[in-house]
Design a protein around this ligand. Structure first.
Ligand code: C2E
Ligand code: MG
Ligand code: MG
Ligand code: MG
Length: 281
């Protein structure tokens, strides 16, 4: 009996494991090809100054529309890119395409706009991000102050000394540095003062709790207080409704991003969005 049971179990696990491995390998190969052919795209989500209603920045988010497999989410393909050694190439393409688009906005007269690019911890450890940024700024004749890099707390855990060096280089160039998904990582708060950051992005899980959990407001208020006492700008991500917006306004959060204003949209759609966006809406 135990042998049969064992055999069944073996087959069961084997089947589901091999499905998983097959998809993983398929996506890795397809991603390698997509990077070679330049078929990944970028979508953009606006970040808004609550006080003035102005769009101050667009966050660039990678999108993969595969002709046969359909849409594959970043939460699935970014970890694969990291494991398969493809994240440096992906990150370099994102940086170039984001800067190309920034130039388009500036040429259309939206010349104060910034673009924010997500940079994976692996990319920092495996490549010279400051070198890449310097080159792309030069190529598109852009000012570093219009580029923002979004980092996550995992970056800080990996190799703090190396990371501090690179962040200081980037800071010297004039690039804005933000800490993404703040509050979800494992690290201590001490890096907030040791790292040359400009912006703190409150993770959307806290924004979600603003109206659903009694302690939600208290936690968000505390995060905003820490940020302000360290002279960091604060942006709330994942704002989905007016109720959340009003609470954030009351808590003195200056910037917001979320579906309430816009989902991430294509490069083409950003132009119409910028033109139709009325601060008195
Ligand atoms: P992230 O950088 O924290 O980006 C915010 C994510 O929240 C995006 O998901 C965005 O579409 C989503 N979002 C924005 N507003 C709302 C909202 O109101 N409600 C909800 N429920 N979600 C909202 P997305 O585009 O699927 O990206 C997921 C993550 O994948 C990103 O999180 C980022 O960590 C990573 N990622 C995406 N593109 C890149 C990239 O080019 N490079 C790297 N290294 N990572 C990327
Ligand atoms: Mg981000
Ligand atoms: Mg985030
Ligand atoms: Mg995230």
């Amino acid at each position: 009996y135990s042998k049969i049971h064992g055999t069944n179990q073996y087959h069961f696990f084997n089947a589901s494991m091999s499905d998983h491995v097959n998809r993983r390998n398929l996506l890795e190969n397809e991603l390698r090809a997509a990077l070679q052919n330049g078929t990944l795209s970028l979508y953009f989500q606006p970040q808004i100054n609550i006080g003035s209603g102005e769009i101050v920045c667009f966050e660039a988010l990678s999108r993969w529309f595969h002709p046969e497999l359909g849409t594959i989410t970043p939460d699935e393909f970014i970890p694969i890119a990291e494991d398969a050694g493809l994240i440096v190439q992906l990150g370099q393409q994102v940086l170039i395409n984001a800067c190309k688009q920034l130039k388009v906005w500036h040429n259309q007269g939206f010349d104060e706009l910034r673009v924010a690019v997500n940079v994976s911890a692996k990319q920092f450890l495996l490549s010279d991000v400051a070198f890449d940024v310097t080159n792309v700024l030069q190529e598109y004749n852009l000012d570093a102050k219009h580029i923002e890099l979004e980092l996550t707390e995992s970056l800080i855990v990996d190799d703090p000394d190396k990371i501090i060096g690179v962040l200081n280089q980037l800071k010297k160039l004039g690039v804005k540095l933000s800490i993404d998904d703040f509050g979800t990582g494992y690290s201590s708060l001490s890096y907030l003062s040791r790292f040359p950051l400009d912006v703190l992005k409150i993770d959307k899980s806290f924004i979600n709790q603003l109206t659903t959990d009694k302690k939600g407001i208290a936690i968000t208020q505390a995060i905003i207080a820490i940020a302000h006492s360290l002279k960091l700008e604060v942006i709330a991500e994942g704002v989905e409704n007016e109720e959340q917006l009003e609470i954030l306004q009351r808590l003195n959060c200056k910037y917001v991003q979320g579906y309430y204003f816009s989902k991430p949209i294509s490069a083409n759609d950003t132009i119409a969005f910028l033109k139709n966006h009325n601060i008195f809406d």
